[in-house]
Ligand binder design. Structure first.
Ligand code: NAI
Ligand code: A1CAB
Length: 276
């Protein structure tokens, strides 16, 4: 399957769209001329002009004509009005694969606002897709063919790691990796601030903090058979500096706090889904 030949239309040109578009062009080898971004205003025109993709303003319907793949990148509450604009085109014989990245919006909801259209996938990407380091979960409508799964995997693996999950777990993917970059940015910010508190200059501390998170993540990914606690123990010399730090994090409730945060985000995704 040659993804470089596909016509892809994004509905909504905000942060997540831009991350995917840049990822597809820079890491997926997709020709910008095959990509169309449809937005309600000219606010993002310069961004997409610079990327040399087609930019349609205020006309979702014409933007999806001839598309092989339509990607909903609008806010969850926009699913119905946007679908009303495009559903006459979607159900014509063009037969595009419709992908939603909207938090909480179920495949049933998407299919029903598209008058029962079946070729739908629910995807939860994240913004590091922009640098080809995304983490993405997806689920397919039972009406999709096996080749649709292959297509989704091929397309999304060009911008990061892709995991297929049961649809009822997409909200959990949202809590962990969809929202996850924001938690990690907070951690890097805090680590950098802590370096400044302890005398490092801001730029040095930021660079050391970010590289430490990157390096630790690389160690976890490249050693799948080693328990993460073992990797941590390898840093914790007996009566050394690290164990003073990690026991403080434990005492202050880092682990419980992260679990609460992910559960709050997962619950919020479920709530967004119910309001559609
Ligand atoms: N930002 C993120 O990290 C992630 C976002 N998502 C999902 O992606 C979707 C978009 O989120 P963001 O990009 O963060 O929001 P955003 O607010 O940056 O982008 C939404 C875009 O939709 C456009 N829009 C509004 N009405 C429209 C219409 N009628 N037709 C076409 N476009 C319209 C807006 O102009 C805006 O550019 C949401 O459903 C969100 O749940 C999913 C994963 C991660
Ligand atoms: O905050 C949000 O609702 C979106 C979905 C996952 C990340 N950003």
């Amino acid at each position: 399957m040659d993804i470089s030949q596909l016509q892809i239309t994004f509905l909504g040109g905000g942060n997540m769209c831009e991350a995917m578009v840049r990822g597809f062009i820079n890491n997926g080898g997709i020709d910008p001329k095959k990509i169309t971004v449809s937005t309600p205003s000219k606010r993002t025109e310069n961004t997409y002009k610079e990327l040399k993709v087609n930019h349609v303003v205020g006309d979702n319907k014409s933007s999806v004509k001839g598309a092989d793949i339509i990607i909903y990148c609008v806010k969850p509450y926009m699913v119905k009005p946007v679908s009303e604009e495009i559903n006459s085109i979607v159900s014509e014989k063009g037969n595009p694969l419709v992908i939603s990245v909207m938090a909480g919006v179920t495949i049933d909801t998407l299919s029903s606002v598209l008058n029962g259209y079946g070729r739908c996938a629910r995807v939860m990407p994240n913004t590091p897709s922009l640098v080809g380091a995304g983490a993405c979960g997806y689920a397919l409508s039972p009406k999709c063919a096996d080749t649709d799964g292959e297509l989704v995997e091929k397309l999304l693996s060009s911008i990061g790691v892709v995991k297929k999950v049961a649809e009822n777990l997409i909200d959990s993917v949202t809590g962990v990796s969809g929202s996850g970059p924001a938690y990690v940015y907070m951690f890097i910010e805090a680590l950098g601030d802590a370096g400044v508190v302890n005398g490092l200059d801001r730029a040095t501390s930021r660079a050391l903090a970010a590289q430490t998170v990157f390096g630790a993540a690389k160690m976890v990914l490249e050693n799948p058979d080693v328990h993460i606690a073992q990797l941590r123990n390898n840093v914790e010399s007996p009566a050394g500096t690290t164990v003073s730090g990690t026991s403080t994090l434990e005492k202050e409730g880092l682990r419980a706090c992260v679990i609460k945060a992910v559960t709050a985000a997962t619950d919020k995704a479920k709530e967004l889904g119910k309001s559609n």
